[in-house]
Design a protein around this ligand. Structure first.
Ligand code: UGA
Length: 433
C-alpha cells in the first residue's frame, strides 16, 4: 500500500520505518529541513536500538522516502498517518494545533480517497473535530475517513514493540476504514482491537495513566517498606506473580519521566475536569511522582546536612535507559537542586550527554566515562539503570573520595555493597550497616 506519515519525530519515524519493513511504500514528511536532510543521509535523529539499520535497509529497497514537500508525500497515498507532537499547554491540556495544521494540509492537497489515521496522542473528541476540519477544507471531491490508531511503543524498545506489541487499537466509524487498517497492519501479525473512535482515543490515555498509577503505587509502598523494614523489590516480585497484577511497571525508583506519562496524566486530569469530573486518583499519582523526584537529594542532605562545596557524581541522565531522551528526566530537577545547594556536580551518561549539555545547568561538569565521573567525589547518585552501571564491578566506587552511593534504581544488592564496605542507600530496601 502507499502510505504517507506526517511528522518524523519519535512516533512518526518508528511508524514509517516499521510500515516500510512490512512491505508498504512509505513517504515521511516533516517541516524540519535539517531533520529530513539528516534522515536522507541514512542517519536517525533519535537514539533507538535497531532503528537505523531498518531505516537504511528500507530506504535502499526504495520503500522508504523522506521529504519536506507535502505534495510529494501525499500524492497517491491511500492512507495518511498524522504523527505530529501534541505538547503540554500551560494548563496541562494537550495542544492540538500541529495536528490541526496537518489536517488542513491534507484537505487542501489530496486528490484521491484516503483514510487519515491519527497516531498522535489526542484528547477524546479530537478525531471528530479533525474529520470536520478535513471536510470543511477539502479542495477536491474525494472521500476522507478518519481513524484513531494510538501508539503504545516504548522508547528504547520501540522496534521490538512495533513487531511484537500486545495489540493494535483501531477506532473508526465505518467498514472501509476498518478494512484499510486491517490490510495495512496484517503483516505485523498482532491482534487488532476494533472500537469506536472516542474509545480508542481514551484507551491511549487510560493505558498511560494506569501504568503511571502502578509506578506511583509501588513508590508509595517503597516508602512504607523503608519504615517497616520490608524490601520493595521482593514485595513487587511477590505481588507480580498474581496474574491480575503482573510484574511490569512495579519497579520502585525516583518516579516516572519522559515525553508521555507526565504529559498524558496531566492531560487526562484536564480532560476529566472539562466534563466536570475530578479525577482524584490520578491527581494523587501525579503528586506522588512530583514528590518522588527529589527524594535522593533529601537523603543526601540527611546524610551530609550540607553539600556545599562537595563533589557529587550523577550517573544516568536520560529519563530511562536505552534512550538519549532528556524530556522530563528527573536528572534535570536533581542536578539543578544540587547546584543550588552549592555542590559541584559531575555527570556521566552512556548516550544522553550531548542532549543533556543543552538542557542542564552550565556549571555541571561532564565526564567521559564512569571512572572519571566518580574520581574524587563525596557521593554518587544513580538516576538511570543503564546496563553499564548495573553490570560494573562495584569496586569502581571504592576509588571515590568517600564511597557513598545513593541508588535511585536499585541497581545493586545491598549485601554486596556492604561486603565491599560501600555506604549504600537504595529505594524501599533495608540498609545493611
Ligand atoms: C510510555 C508507555 O510505556 C508506552 O506504552 C507509550 O506508547 C509511551 O509512553 C507513549 O505514550 O508514547 P515511554 O515513555 O517510552 O513509554 O517509557 P516507559 O518505559 O513507559 O517508562 C516511563 C517512565 O517510567 C520512565 O521514567 C521509567 O523509568 C519509569 N518507570 C517505568 C518506573 O519508574 N518504574 C517502572 O516499573 C517502569
Amino acid at each position: 500500500m502507499k502510505i504517507a506519515v506526517i511528522g518524523t519525530g519519535y512516533v512518526g519515524l518508528v511508524t514509517g520505518v516499521s510500515l516500510a519493513e512490512i512491505g508498504h511504500h512509505v513517504r515521511c514528511v516533516d517541516v524540519d529541513v535539517r531533520k529530513i536532510e539528516q534522515l536522507r543521509t541514512g542517519k536517525v535523529t533519535i537514539w533507538e536500538p535497531g532503528l537505523e539499520e531498518l531505516m537504511v535497509k528500507n530506504m535502499a529497497k526504495g520503500r522508504l522516502y523522506f521529504t519536506t514537500d507535502y505534495e510529494v508525500a501525499l500524492e497517491q497515498a491511500q492512507v495518511i498517518y498524522i504523527a505530529v507532537g501534541t505538547p503540554e499547554s500551560e494548563d496541562g491540556s494537550a495542544n492540538t494545533q500541529f495536528v490541526e495544521q496537518a489536517a488542513k494540509q491534507i484537505a487542501t492537497m489530496i486528490r484521491d480517497d484516503v483514510v487519515v489515521v491519527m497516531k498522535s496522542t489526542v484528547p477524546v473528541g479530537t478525531n471528530d473535530r479533525i474529520y470536520q476540519l478535513l471536510q470543511e477544507n477539502l479542495k477536491h471531491n474525494v472521500r476522507v475517513d478518519v481513524a484513531s490508531n494510538p501508539e503504545f511503543l516504548r522508547e528504547g524498545s520501540a522496534i521490538e514493540d512495533a513487531f511484537r506489541g500486545d495489540r493494535i487499537v483501531v477506532g473508526a466509524n465505518n467498514l472501509k476504514a476498518f478494512e484499510m487498517l486491517e490490510e495495512v497492519n496484517k503483516p505485523f501479525g498482532i491482534p487488532i482491537f476494533k472500537t469506536d473512535i472516542r474509545s480508542a482515543e481514551m484507551i491511549k490515555y487510560a493505558s498511560n495513566a494506569f501504568l503511571a498509577t502502578k509506578i506511583s503505587f509501588i513508590n508509595e509502598i517503597a516508602n512504607i517498606c523503608e519504615r517497616v523494614g520490608a524490601n520493595v523489590d521482593l514485595v513487587a516480585q511477590g505481588m507480580g506473580m498474581d496474574k491480575r497484577i503482573g510484574h511490569p511497571f512495579l519497579k520502585a525508583g525516583i518516579g516516572y519521566g519522559g515525553s508521555c506519562f507526565p504529559k498524558d496524566t496531566k492531560a487526562l486530569i484536564q480532560l476529566a475536569g472539562n466534563v466536570a469530573y475530578d479525577f482524584k486518583l490520578l491527581e494523587g499519582v501525579v503528586k506522588v511522582n512530583q514528590e518522588r523526584q527529589t527524594i535522593l537529594v533529601e537523603r543526601l542532605l540527611e546524610r551530609f546536612h550540607s553539600i556545599e562545596g562537595k563533589q557529587i557524581t550523577v550517573l544516568g541522565l536520560s529519563f530511562k535507559p536505552n534512550t538519549d531522551d532528556m524530556r522530563e528526566a528527573t536528572s534535570i530537577i536533581i542536578t539543578e537542586s544540587l547546584i543550588q545547594l552549592g555542590a559541584h556536580v559531575v555527570c556521566y551518561d552512556p548516550v544522553a550527554m550531548d542532549n543533556a549539555k543543552g538542557i542542564l545547568n552550565t556549571e555541571i561538569t561532564f565526564a567521559s566515562n564512569m571512572i572519571e565521573a566518580l574520581g574524587n567525589s563525596d557521593a554518587a547518585l544513580i538516576l538511570t539503570e543503564w546496563d553499564e552501571f548495573k553490570e560494573v564491578d562495584v569496586q569502581v566506587f571504592k576509588q571515590m573520595k568517600s564511597p557513598i552511593v545513593f541508588d535511585g534504581r536499585n541497581c545493586y544488592a545491598p549485601e554486596v555493597m556492604a561486603e565491599m564496605q560501600i555506604e549504600y542507600y537504595s529505594i524501599g530496601r533495608p540498609n545493611i550497616p
